[in-house]
Design a protein around this ligand. Structure first.
Ligand code: AR6
Length: 172
């Protein structure tokens, strides 16, 4: 695998990559958590562009410019709300990663950073979500290994520890 996979502790709004992924809601008009942080850091122009997109379905992704964040693009994806695991949550979360990567490649992104989609307000269990994140990315790269680096940005120590374990398990 040519693409380097990494995880870091930090704030995704400050990461120097071609694209950062936003864990948005289907309105794409902002919210709390990482979504609020990205909108605050990128500025009002981001909201103006988001208003033109007509929202986004769960599991899908849309791209905008990054405006005042260092990243050139923001890829907005909508994770599933956790309802116990029998409501297609795993497939939808996997689709978020896959569709974000596909969209990133379509605009020539080489470096991309993901937050832990659905692991905040949407309540997805972190160990399950990180497994899906890593498995989906590895599967995608088996078909289209065209990035330089994919980074998982962990906002707190707890998620960082989970990523540490899962990276060890998958030997990446
Ligand atoms: N950088 C990286 N990760 C962050 C940051 C940051 N600046 N801020 C929070 N996180 P959440 P969700 C982590 O709730 O669960 C919003 O209101 C956070 O610790 O942001 O997908 C949207 O508008 C957690 O691990 O997203 C939606 O309505 C992870 O990002 C809803 O929340 C995701 O937490 C989406 O919920």
């Amino acid at each position: 695998m040519k693409t380097k996979l990494t995880y870091i502790l930090g704030d995704i709004t400050t990461v120097r990559v071609d694209a950062i992924v936003n864990a948005a809601n289907s309105s794409l008009l902002g919210g709390g958590g990482v979504d609020g942080a990205i909108h605050r850091a990128a500025g009002v122009e981001l909201l103006a562009e988001c208003r033109t997109l007509g929202g986004c379905k769960t599991g899908e992704a849309k791209v905008t410019r990054g405006y005042k964040v260092p990243a050139k693009f923001v890829i907005h994806t909508v994770g599933p709300v956790w309802h116990g695991g029998n409501f297609n949550e795993a497939e939808l979360l996997s689709s978020c990663y896959r569709n974000s990567l596909l969209l990133a490649q379509s605009v020539d992104v080489k470096t991309i950073a993901f937050p832990a989609i659905s692991c905040g307000v949407y309540g997805y269990p972190i160990d399950k979500a990180t497994t899906i994140a890593l498995e989906t990315v590895i599967k995608f790269l088996k078909e289209r290994d065209e990035f330089d680096e994919i980074t998982f940005v962990c906002f707190d120590q707890e998620i960082l520890e989970v990523y540490r374990k899962i990276f060890k398990k998958y030997r990446v």
